[in-house]
Design a protein around this ligand. Structure first.
Ligand code: SF4
Length: 308
Protein backbone atom coordinates (compact mmCIF):
# COMPACT_ATOMS: atom_id res chain seq x y z
CA UNK A 1 0.00 0.00 0.00
CA UNK A 2 1.35 3.40 -0.89
CA UNK A 3 0.82 6.06 1.78
CA UNK A 4 1.31 8.80 -0.84
CA UNK A 5 -1.82 7.78 -2.74
CA UNK A 6 -4.00 7.22 0.35
CA UNK A 7 -6.23 10.18 1.13
CA UNK A 8 -6.39 11.58 4.63
CA UNK A 9 -9.84 10.01 5.01
CA UNK A 10 -9.38 6.64 6.63
CA UNK A 11 -10.42 3.92 4.20
CA UNK A 12 -12.98 1.42 5.25
CA UNK A 13 -11.14 -1.53 6.75
CA UNK A 14 -13.01 -4.32 4.96
CA UNK A 15 -12.76 -2.51 1.61
CA UNK A 16 -9.06 -1.83 2.18
CA UNK A 17 -8.47 -5.51 2.85
CA UNK A 18 -10.23 -6.58 -0.36
CA UNK A 19 -7.01 -6.41 -2.41
CA UNK A 20 -7.30 -9.98 -3.67
CA UNK A 21 -10.87 -9.40 -4.82
CA UNK A 22 -9.82 -6.24 -6.64
CA UNK A 23 -6.86 -8.01 -8.29
CA UNK A 24 -9.05 -10.90 -9.42
CA UNK A 25 -11.43 -8.49 -11.11
CA UNK A 26 -8.57 -6.53 -12.72
CA UNK A 27 -7.09 -9.74 -14.11
CA UNK A 28 -10.48 -10.75 -15.40
CA UNK A 29 -10.82 -7.45 -17.26
CA UNK A 30 -7.22 -7.27 -18.48
CA UNK A 31 -5.30 -9.77 -20.55
CA UNK A 32 -3.38 -12.45 -18.62
CA UNK A 33 -0.11 -11.23 -17.08
CA UNK A 34 -0.96 -7.55 -17.54
CA UNK A 35 -1.86 -6.69 -13.94
CA UNK A 36 1.21 -5.84 -11.85
CA UNK A 37 1.90 -4.94 -8.25
CA UNK A 38 -0.64 -3.36 -5.93
CA UNK A 39 0.07 0.36 -6.23
CA UNK A 40 -1.94 1.89 -3.41
CA UNK A 41 -5.53 2.69 -2.64
CA UNK A 42 -7.75 5.74 -2.34
CA UNK A 43 -10.76 6.21 -0.10
CA UNK A 44 -13.48 7.55 -2.34
CA UNK A 45 -16.05 7.97 0.43
CA UNK A 46 -17.79 6.02 3.16
CA UNK A 47 -17.11 2.35 2.53
CA UNK A 48 -15.86 3.01 -1.01
CA UNK A 49 -12.19 2.34 -1.85
CA UNK A 50 -10.29 2.24 -5.13
CA UNK A 51 -7.34 -0.14 -5.38
CA UNK A 52 -4.62 0.53 -7.98
CA UNK A 53 -2.46 -2.05 -9.72
CA UNK A 54 0.45 -1.42 -12.08
CA UNK A 55 -0.20 -2.06 -15.77
CA UNK A 56 2.50 -4.14 -17.43
CA UNK A 57 1.17 -3.82 -20.95
CA UNK A 58 3.68 -2.31 -23.38
CA UNK A 59 2.57 1.05 -24.67
CA UNK A 60 0.73 1.85 -21.43
CA UNK A 61 3.69 3.02 -19.38
CA UNK A 62 2.51 4.77 -16.19
CA UNK A 63 -1.07 3.53 -16.49
CA UNK A 64 -2.78 1.71 -13.63
CA UNK A 65 -5.70 -0.63 -13.25
CA UNK A 66 -8.16 0.99 -10.87
CA UNK A 67 -10.73 -1.30 -9.19
CA UNK A 68 -13.31 0.37 -6.98
CA UNK A 69 -14.89 -1.76 -4.27
CA UNK A 70 -17.69 -0.83 -1.89
CA UNK A 71 -19.63 -2.18 1.01
CA UNK A 72 -23.19 -1.48 2.13
CA UNK A 73 -23.79 -0.08 5.57
CA UNK A 74 -23.62 -2.82 8.25
CA UNK A 75 -22.84 -5.42 5.54
CA UNK A 76 -19.76 -7.56 5.72
CA UNK A 77 -19.54 -8.39 2.03
CA UNK A 78 -17.41 -6.20 -0.23
CA UNK A 79 -18.58 -5.88 -3.84
CA UNK A 80 -16.95 -4.46 -6.97
CA UNK A 81 -18.19 -1.22 -8.50
CA UNK A 82 -15.98 -0.92 -11.57
CA UNK A 83 -12.57 -1.72 -13.03
CA UNK A 84 -10.88 0.64 -15.44
CA UNK A 85 -7.45 1.46 -16.79
CA UNK A 86 -6.44 5.00 -15.80
CA UNK A 87 -3.35 7.10 -16.58
CA UNK A 88 -1.00 7.87 -13.70
CA UNK A 89 0.84 11.13 -13.18
CA UNK A 90 3.72 10.09 -15.49
CA UNK A 91 1.63 8.06 -17.93
CA UNK A 92 2.44 8.01 -21.58
CA UNK A 93 -0.54 9.78 -23.19
CA UNK A 94 -1.69 10.20 -26.77
CA UNK A 95 -1.47 13.75 -28.16
CA UNK A 96 -4.55 15.85 -27.69
CA UNK A 97 -7.22 15.12 -30.28
CA UNK A 98 -7.31 17.60 -33.14
CA UNK A 99 -10.34 17.58 -35.48
CA UNK A 100 -9.53 16.54 -39.04
CA UNK A 101 -10.54 19.95 -40.35
CA UNK A 102 -7.77 21.53 -38.26
CA UNK A 103 -5.24 18.81 -39.07
CA UNK A 104 -5.67 19.11 -42.82
CA UNK A 105 -2.79 20.76 -44.66
CA UNK A 106 -2.55 22.03 -48.23
CA UNK A 107 -1.59 19.17 -50.49
CA UNK A 108 -3.15 16.48 -48.27
CA UNK A 109 -6.02 15.92 -50.65
CA UNK A 110 -5.60 13.12 -53.16
CA UNK A 111 -7.55 11.99 -56.22
CA UNK A 112 -11.11 11.03 -55.32
CA UNK A 113 -11.01 12.72 -51.90
CA UNK A 114 -13.93 14.94 -50.95
CA UNK A 115 -13.37 17.97 -48.77
CA UNK A 116 -16.63 19.19 -47.24
CA UNK A 117 -16.83 22.93 -46.72
CA UNK A 118 -18.19 24.23 -43.46
CA UNK A 119 -21.58 25.89 -43.80
CA UNK A 120 -20.14 28.78 -41.79
CA UNK A 121 -16.87 28.93 -43.75
CA UNK A 122 -15.74 32.54 -43.43
CA UNK A 123 -14.07 32.40 -46.83
CA UNK A 124 -17.47 32.10 -48.51
CA UNK A 125 -20.64 34.11 -48.57
CA UNK A 126 -23.97 33.56 -50.31
CA UNK A 127 -23.99 34.25 -54.02
CA UNK A 128 -26.86 35.75 -55.94
CA UNK A 129 -29.50 33.07 -56.35
CA UNK A 130 -32.31 35.22 -57.70
CA UNK A 131 -34.60 34.41 -54.77
CA UNK A 132 -35.06 38.09 -54.00
CA UNK A 133 -36.09 38.95 -57.52
CA UNK A 134 -39.82 39.00 -58.27
CA UNK A 135 -41.03 36.03 -60.34
CA UNK A 136 -40.95 36.58 -64.13
CA UNK A 137 -44.76 36.81 -64.39
CA UNK A 138 -44.99 39.34 -61.58
CA UNK A 139 -46.37 42.74 -62.50
CA UNK A 140 -43.19 44.35 -61.17
CA UNK A 141 -40.68 41.99 -62.79
CA UNK A 142 -38.18 43.22 -65.36
CA UNK A 143 -39.47 40.75 -67.93
CA UNK A 144 -43.05 41.99 -67.65
CA UNK A 145 -41.90 45.59 -67.77
CA UNK A 146 -39.97 44.85 -70.98
CA UNK A 147 -43.00 43.14 -72.54
CA UNK A 148 -45.26 46.04 -71.64
CA UNK A 149 -42.84 48.49 -73.11
CA UNK A 150 -42.32 46.43 -76.29
CA UNK A 151 -45.96 45.80 -77.04
CA UNK A 152 -47.22 49.07 -75.61
CA UNK A 153 -50.35 47.24 -74.64
CA UNK A 154 -52.07 45.88 -71.63
CA UNK A 155 -50.47 42.63 -70.70
CA UNK A 156 -51.95 40.01 -68.49
CA UNK A 157 -49.67 37.79 -66.54
CA UNK A 158 -48.92 34.43 -68.13
CA UNK A 159 -47.07 31.38 -66.95
CA UNK A 160 -43.28 31.76 -66.68
CA UNK A 161 -42.81 29.16 -69.41
CA UNK A 162 -43.97 31.70 -71.97
CA UNK A 163 -41.07 33.95 -71.10
CA UNK A 164 -37.48 33.57 -72.17
CA UNK A 165 -35.32 31.42 -69.88
CA UNK A 166 -32.20 33.34 -70.89
CA UNK A 167 -31.73 36.38 -68.66
CA UNK A 168 -32.41 39.51 -70.65
CA UNK A 169 -29.59 41.99 -71.03
CA UNK A 170 -29.43 44.53 -68.26
CA UNK A 171 -31.37 42.45 -65.73
CA UNK A 172 -29.94 41.54 -62.34
CA UNK A 173 -29.71 37.92 -63.53
CA UNK A 174 -27.66 38.87 -66.56
CA UNK A 175 -25.30 41.08 -64.55
CA UNK A 176 -24.91 38.45 -61.84
CA UNK A 177 -24.22 35.84 -64.52
CA UNK A 178 -21.59 38.04 -66.12
CA UNK A 179 -19.87 38.80 -62.82
CA UNK A 180 -19.87 35.11 -61.86
CA UNK A 181 -22.04 35.75 -58.82
CA UNK A 182 -24.87 33.41 -59.75
CA UNK A 183 -23.54 30.58 -57.62
CA UNK A 184 -24.76 29.24 -54.29
CA UNK A 185 -21.71 30.74 -52.59
CA UNK A 186 -18.94 33.07 -53.72
CA UNK A 187 -15.68 34.24 -52.18
CA UNK A 188 -16.20 36.56 -49.27
CA UNK A 189 -14.06 39.63 -48.66
CA UNK A 190 -12.17 37.63 -46.06
CA UNK A 191 -11.69 34.78 -48.54
CA UNK A 192 -10.26 37.20 -51.08
CA UNK A 193 -7.85 38.65 -48.54
CA UNK A 194 -6.51 35.34 -47.26
CA UNK A 195 -6.04 34.09 -50.84
CA UNK A 196 -4.20 37.27 -51.79
CA UNK A 197 -1.94 37.03 -48.73
CA UNK A 198 -1.16 33.40 -49.48
CA UNK A 199 -0.34 34.10 -53.13
CA UNK A 200 1.81 37.06 -52.19
CA UNK A 201 3.81 34.85 -49.83
CA UNK A 202 4.65 32.47 -52.65
CA UNK A 203 4.92 34.78 -55.63
CA UNK A 204 5.01 38.30 -54.27
CA UNK A 205 7.37 41.25 -54.46
CA UNK A 206 9.15 40.31 -51.23
CA UNK A 207 10.44 36.97 -52.49
CA UNK A 208 14.14 36.62 -53.35
CA UNK A 209 13.28 35.90 -56.97
CA UNK A 210 11.29 39.11 -57.32
CA UNK A 211 13.97 41.18 -55.58
CA UNK A 212 16.53 40.03 -58.14
CA UNK A 213 14.22 40.29 -61.15
CA UNK A 214 15.04 42.81 -63.88
CA UNK A 215 11.41 43.96 -64.13
CA UNK A 216 8.00 43.13 -62.61
CA UNK A 217 5.42 40.77 -64.06
CA UNK A 218 3.07 43.64 -64.89
CA UNK A 219 5.26 44.53 -67.87
CA UNK A 220 5.99 40.94 -68.92
CA UNK A 221 4.51 39.50 -72.07
CA UNK A 222 4.12 36.09 -70.44
CA UNK A 223 1.61 37.38 -67.90
CA UNK A 224 -1.99 36.26 -68.50
CA UNK A 225 -4.42 38.65 -66.85
CA UNK A 226 -7.26 37.33 -64.70
CA UNK A 227 -10.71 38.83 -64.14
CA UNK A 228 -12.42 39.93 -60.96
CA UNK A 229 -11.08 42.13 -58.23
CA UNK A 230 -8.04 39.86 -57.73
CA UNK A 231 -7.06 40.67 -61.31
CA UNK A 232 -6.07 44.14 -60.15
CA UNK A 233 -3.13 42.67 -58.27
CA UNK A 234 -2.53 39.22 -59.75
CA UNK A 235 -2.14 37.37 -63.01
CA UNK A 236 -0.99 33.93 -64.16
CA UNK A 237 2.53 33.30 -65.41
CA UNK A 238 2.60 31.47 -68.72
CA UNK A 239 6.34 31.17 -69.24
CA UNK A 240 7.26 27.50 -69.19
CA UNK A 241 10.83 28.30 -68.17
CA UNK A 242 9.81 30.45 -65.21
CA UNK A 243 9.57 28.92 -61.72
CA UNK A 244 6.11 30.50 -61.52
CA UNK A 245 4.75 28.90 -64.70
CA UNK A 246 1.06 28.13 -64.17
CA UNK A 247 0.95 29.94 -60.82
CA UNK A 248 -0.89 33.04 -59.79
CA UNK A 249 1.72 35.77 -59.43
CA UNK A 250 1.55 39.24 -58.00
CA UNK A 251 1.88 41.95 -60.63
CA UNK A 252 4.86 43.13 -58.57
CA UNK A 253 6.55 39.71 -58.72
CA UNK A 254 9.15 39.06 -61.36
CA UNK A 255 11.82 36.66 -62.53
CA UNK A 256 14.72 36.45 -64.93
CA UNK A 257 12.41 35.05 -67.58
CA UNK A 258 10.75 38.44 -68.07
CA UNK A 259 9.95 38.77 -71.76
CA UNK A 260 11.86 42.02 -72.12
CA UNK A 261 14.71 41.27 -69.70
CA UNK A 262 17.33 40.10 -72.15
CA UNK A 263 16.34 40.15 -75.80
CA UNK A 264 18.51 37.73 -77.76
CA UNK A 265 20.70 39.51 -80.38
CA UNK A 266 19.76 38.62 -83.94
CA UNK A 267 22.33 36.50 -85.85
CA UNK A 268 24.42 38.62 -88.27
CA UNK A 269 23.08 38.57 -91.85
CA UNK A 270 25.68 37.73 -94.47
CA UNK A 271 25.66 40.26 -97.34
CA UNK A 272 24.67 38.74 -100.70
CA UNK A 273 27.58 38.25 -103.14
CA UNK A 274 28.28 41.20 -105.46
CA UNK A 275 29.10 40.41 -109.11
CA UNK A 276 31.19 43.09 -110.78
CA UNK A 277 30.23 42.93 -114.43
CA UNK A 278 32.16 46.07 -115.43
CA UNK A 279 35.55 44.43 -115.87
CA UNK A 280 37.05 41.02 -116.83
CA UNK A 281 39.51 39.31 -114.57
CA UNK A 282 42.33 37.39 -116.34
CA UNK A 283 42.33 33.73 -115.47
CA UNK A 284 44.93 31.32 -116.98
CA UNK A 285 43.45 28.15 -118.38
CA UNK A 286 46.48 26.06 -117.45
CA UNK A 287 49.41 26.73 -115.17
CA UNK A 288 52.75 27.61 -116.69
CA UNK A 289 55.30 24.84 -117.19
CA UNK A 290 57.43 26.40 -114.51
CA UNK A 291 54.97 26.86 -111.66
CA UNK A 292 57.29 29.40 -110.08
CA UNK A 293 57.36 31.68 -113.19
CA UNK A 294 54.75 34.11 -114.38
CA UNK A 295 53.06 33.02 -117.70
CA UNK A 296 54.54 34.61 -120.82
CA UNK A 297 52.78 37.73 -122.02
CA UNK A 298 51.67 36.15 -125.32
CA UNK A 299 50.38 33.02 -123.51
CA UNK A 300 48.47 35.26 -121.16
CA UNK A 301 46.99 37.22 -124.08
CA UNK A 302 45.92 34.05 -125.89
CA UNK A 303 44.44 32.72 -122.66
CA UNK A 304 42.49 35.92 -122.24
CA UNK A 305 41.32 35.74 -125.86
CA UNK A 306 40.30 32.15 -125.37
CA UNK A 307 38.42 33.11 -122.18
CA UNK A 308 36.59 35.96 -123.76
S1 SF4 B 1 8.07 35.07 -66.83
FE1 SF4 B 1 8.69 35.94 -64.85
S2 SF4 B 1 8.29 38.15 -65.09
FE2 SF4 B 1 7.14 37.11 -66.70
S3 SF4 B 1 5.10 36.72 -65.87
FE3 SF4 B 1 6.31 34.90 -65.44
S4 SF4 B 1 7.13 35.25 -63.41
FE4 SF4 B 1 6.44 37.24 -64.16
Amino acid sequence: MSAATTRSRTPDRLCAEAVDLARAVAEEVAAPGIVGEHDGMVSEGDRVVTHYFACKEMGYRGWRWAVTVARASRAKIVTVDEAVLLPGSDALLAPEWVPWSERLRPGDMGPGDLLPTDAEDLRLEPGWTGEDEPPPNSAVSHEMADLVEAEDAEVTAGPPAELSAVPARGTISAVAEELGLSRARVLSRYGLHVAADRWEDGYGPKTAMAQAAPAPCVSCGFLARIGGSLGQAFGVCANEFSPADGHVVSLAYGCGGHSEAAVMPKPPRVAPPVIDETRVDPFPLRPAADSGSVPAAEDQDSAELGHS
